[in-house]
Structures are given as structure tokens and as C-alpha cells.
Design a protein around this ligand. Structure first.
Ligand SMILES: N[C@@H](CCSC[C@H]1O[C@@H](n2cnc3c(=O)[nH]cnc32)[C@H](O)[C@@H]1O)C(=O)O
Ligand SMILES: [Zn+2]
Length: 447
């Protein structure tokens, strides 16, 4: 067995305990084989016949001294190539922001641009401890190439918009989303999974939603869309159909146990119950919701109702970074404000949302450090002034740590970043190429 040992750190366990343990990883299988002396089958590692003691001479080690070993963080909703539009248009509500600024710029994006933007976003994510993400965009074959090279996991889909398009163009967009969902599923040695991704219930027509969802069910891929993000996305559905958006989603068969919806800001109690009954997850994007003044999602109520709530950054143009630590802190802060209750959405909740609940929402491995689990983890350096003293490491994850405190990132047993150096991408080249692509893009939009 080819082993990696993460030594000398404290480990965040699935039950919330923090223990001083080494973590042993089988690099070939991409799984955790031991946490301390806890193994898959009591002392023997993964059926190899070797005991933990015998594998003590690891083939490779990562120093976690003074650090906290956590499950790799999950960014459950983003548009990763939008890093090119970071800081391009700020301080506007969703609808005019999309129509006046973002969509005209996106109309000029080439597949090369999208690859450059995706590489930049993935670089940023690896550097802040993210090992899995969900992406809704276009030119997804190029995004998949980046994920393959960079070594993390993703659930990818082509975003469909049919409003303002003629029938042929609309159909083509739906077909492209289904093609991506079928062709890319299982790519990158299984690290890439896919979904059918209609942009939202108001930007895709009913007929296209029904047809696309039916095909997605046939293909066995989940559905991911923006739901109840703003009141502009709720009111027209209520006016035209006499039902709430989540009831509409259920009616078109888009409310399944493997499906996950971004935002869920404006949900009433009946919709929360429907989500809980269906087992559909919600991806909370607190920074984007605050920046676009979309509203405050009922995170505490959703969790109490039994809905799986994950965390997402949304695109870098509405955030403006892809740092999952910011998202944890924002979720805890905004969750309290939304509930008018300082005990709501505590530190333990947001850490769960960014790890196990994120992996569950996406239906991807990871999110827990335990024998037999996927070896997706990050080591957070706690030896810094803003993290001193350490009364409670989970409090620090939620409230005080930053993406730049991540020392190492591991996904599927591969070291993606060691001592802050990303090993799978040429960071300088990625940054330069993205900056050049972004400035060319803005020139073209201005012409
Ligand atoms: N194929 C579609 C593209 C859809 S990709 C997903 C879209 O979601 C947009 N987007 C980014 N952030 C948000 C948000 O917060 N709410 C809704 N849409 C967003 C993003 O800019 C992108 O255009 C087309 O032809 O236009
Ligand atoms: Zn979005």
C-alpha cells in the first residue's frame, strides 16, 4: 500500500470531537485507512494484512504540527469561471446586475476564457482548503479539463436559460446540458459527477423544464438550479400559477432526494416542509445574498426541519472571493440575524454545512475524516496571532480562520497543496493567463 501520513495534528472527527491523532491515507485507493489507532477493521489497515504499526513508515508525510486536520471543504454552488468578472460590476441588485453587466460580458466569453477563469477559481479554492465544488456554467468540457488536472472533485453542469431565445436555441441549450450531464459523468477517474442544471424556474420555460428533468431522471443525474433567490423569482410563479416555486418544482418532478437548489432565501413554511419531505438539499450562499440584497435565508428553520443545508460562494462576481471560511462566518452571522437569535446557526452547524452536509448535498465522497472515508482533507494552521489562544478549534474554523491559514490540501489521497504551494497547477501562469483573459474580455465588451 502506498501511504501518506498526516502527522502531529489535531483531527476534527465526524462526531465533532477533536483528537490528537495521525491520519493514515491509502494513496492508491484515495481513502483514509486509520485515524490514530482506529482503523476500518480493528487494527488491520484496509485488508492489506498490515497493521497500523507496520505501515508506520509512510511513503510520504504531511506535517500537521500545530494544525487542525479537517475534512476538505465543499463549495456547493458556484460559477467558477466568473473569477474573470471579480470586481467587474458591484453594488447592484440581481436582475439589473445580470442583465446590464454580467450577461453582456458572458456573451463575449470564449471557451479559452472559461478555462482560464476556471483554473484561477480552482487555484483559489485549493489554496483555501476546498476539495469539492458544484459548478453551473458553460463550456463545461473545459471546466472538466481543469478539474481533472487540478485534482479536486466536482459536480458539473451546463446552465440552461431559455427566456428570450427562440424554440430552436432554447432546445439546443437544454440538449447541451443533458449532453454534458451524460458525457462527463464519471470523468477524471470518477472525481467528476454531473447534474442537469436549469438556471432557475423563471429563466427556463415550463415545457423545457419538464422535458429536461424527465431526461435527467432517465440518465440518473440529479437536478441543480437557483430557487427562491429573490422575490422577483417567487412572485411571477405565484401570480401565474397560483403556487409557490417549490410546489412548482415538485409538480415538474424536480424535487428529488439527490437534487440540490441554490439559495432558498424566500421560502415559506410549506416549502420548507416540501424540501424536508423530498430530501432535496439547499445550498446557502450568504455573501451573495447579502451583496445582491436578495434577503436572509431561513437557515436555522431549514436545519430544524431536517433539510440538508450546504454552503456555496456563488460566483466570484457576487462575493467576491471563493473562500469557504468567509462563507462559514457569514452563514453563522446572517443566520443569527435572520432568526433574531444569537444561538441560531452556531459554529458547529456551519462547519457541518461546509463539510459533511456539503458532500451529502452534492452526493460526492468526502466531508468526514474516518477510516474508510475518501481522503479529502485540509490542514489549517492554528499558529497565528488571529487564532491565539485556542479555546475551541471549531469556533476558530467558523469565526476567526481564513482560507490563507490552510497549510496543506489533499483530495482523493493526492496532495494538491503542500506548505501553501499548489502542486497540480502552475500558480503564476494561471494567474497571469486569467488576468490577461479578463482584460481582453473587458476590451471586447467595451467595443
Ligand atoms: N447557458 C446559459 C448560461 C447559464 S450559466 C449560469 C448563469 O448564472 C448566472 N449567475 C451568477 N450568479 C447568479 C445568481 O446569484 N443568481 C442567478 N444567476 C446567477 C451566471 O452569470 C450565468 O450566466 C446562457 O446561455 O445564458
Ligand atoms: Zn448562482
Amino acid at each position: 500500500m502506498d501511504t501518506l501520513r498526516v502527522t502531529g495534528g489535531r483531527v476534527l472527527r465526524p462526531d465533532g470531537r477533536v483528537t490528537e491523532s495521525d491520519v493514515t491515507v491509502d494513496r492508491d485507493a484515495g481513502t483514509v485507512v486509520a485515524v490514530g489507532d482506529e482503523t476500518v477493521n480493528g487494527g488491520e489497515t484496509a485488508g492489506s494484512g498490515e497493521t497500523v504499526e507496520e505501515t508506520l513508515d509512510a511513503d510520504d508525510t504531511l506535517d500537521a504540527d500545530g494544525g487542525l486536520v479537517i475534512p476538505g471543504l465543499v463549495n456547493a454552488h458556484t460559477h467558477v469561471a466568473m473569477t474573470l468578472l471579480r470586481g467587474y460590476a458591484d453594488d447592484k441588485p440581481l436582475d439589473p446586475w445580470l442583465r446590464e453587466d454580467i450577461w453582456p460580458a458572458e456573451a463575449e466569453l470564449t471557451p479559452d476564457d472559461i478555462e482560464a477563469g476556471a483554473a484561477l477559481g480552482v487555484l483559489e479554492m485549493i489554496r483555501s482548503g476546498t476539495t469539492a465544488f458544484a459548478d453551473m456554467y458553460f463550456a463545461m468540457d473545459r471546466v472538466a479539463d481543469v478539474v481533472d488536472r487540478a485534482g479536486l472533485r466536482a459536480r458539473l453542469g451546463h446552465g440552461v436559460v431559455t427566456v428570450g431565445k427562440d424554440d430552436a436555441d432554447a432546445r439546443e441549450d437544454v440538449e447541451e446540458s443533458l449532453r454534458v450531464a451524460r458525457d462527463l459523468d464519471g470523468a477524471a477517474d470518477g472525481r467528476i459527477r454531473t447534474a442537469f442544471m436549469p438556471h432557475s424556474l423563471t429563466t427556463v420555460g415550463e415545457e423545457f423544464l419538464r422535458e429536461g428533468v424527465a431526461e435527467a431522471r432517465e440518465a440518473g443525474v440529479p437536478v441543480h438550479l437557483h430557487a427562491n433567490e429573490t422575490t422577483d423569482e417567487v412572485d411571477p410563479i405565484v401570480d401565474e400559477r397560483g403556487e409557490r416555486p417549490i410546489a412548482y418544482a415538485e409538480e415538474i418532478d424536480a424535487l428529488g432526494p439527490d437534487d440540490f437548489f441554490a439559495h432558498g432565501v424566500h421560502l415559506d413554511d410549506s416549502e420548507i416542509d416540501r424540501l424536508a419531505d423530498a430530501g432535496t438539499a439547499v445550498v446557502h450562499c450568504p455573501a451573495s445574498n447579502m451583496k445582491l440584497a436578495s434577503g436572509m435565508a431561513p437557515v436555522q428553520r431549514l436545519r430544524e426541519a431536517g433539510v440538508t443545508v450546504a454552503l456555496g460562494t456563488d460566483g466570484a462576481a457576487s462575493n467576491n472571493d471563493l473562500d469557504p471560511f468567509d462563507e462559514m462566518r457569514d452563514a453563522a452571522m446572517l443566520g443569527k440575524l435572520a432568526a433574531a437569535d444569537a444561538t441560531a446557526v452556531p459554529a458547529t452547524a456551519v462547519v457541518e454545512m461546509a463539510t459533511a452536509d456539503g458532500a451529502d448535498a452534492l452526493g460526492l465522497p468526502g466531508g468526514r475524516i474516518e477510516p474508510g472515508a475518501a481522503a479529502d482533507l485540509a490542514v489549517v494552521d492554528l499558529d497565528a496571532p488571529h487564532l491565539t489562544p485556542v479555546h475551541d478549534p471549531i469556533s476558530h474554523l467558523a469565526y476567526a480562520a481564513r482560507g490563507s491559514d490552510v497549510r496543506h490540501t489533499v483530495c482523493d489521497g493526492e496532495v494538491l497543496m503542500r506548505d501553501r504551494e499548489v502542486l497540480t497547477l502552475d500558480a503564476d501562469a494561471v494567474q497571469e493567463r486569467a488576468a490577461a483573459a479578463a482584460s481582453d474580455l473587458v476590451d471586447r465588451v467595451g467595443e
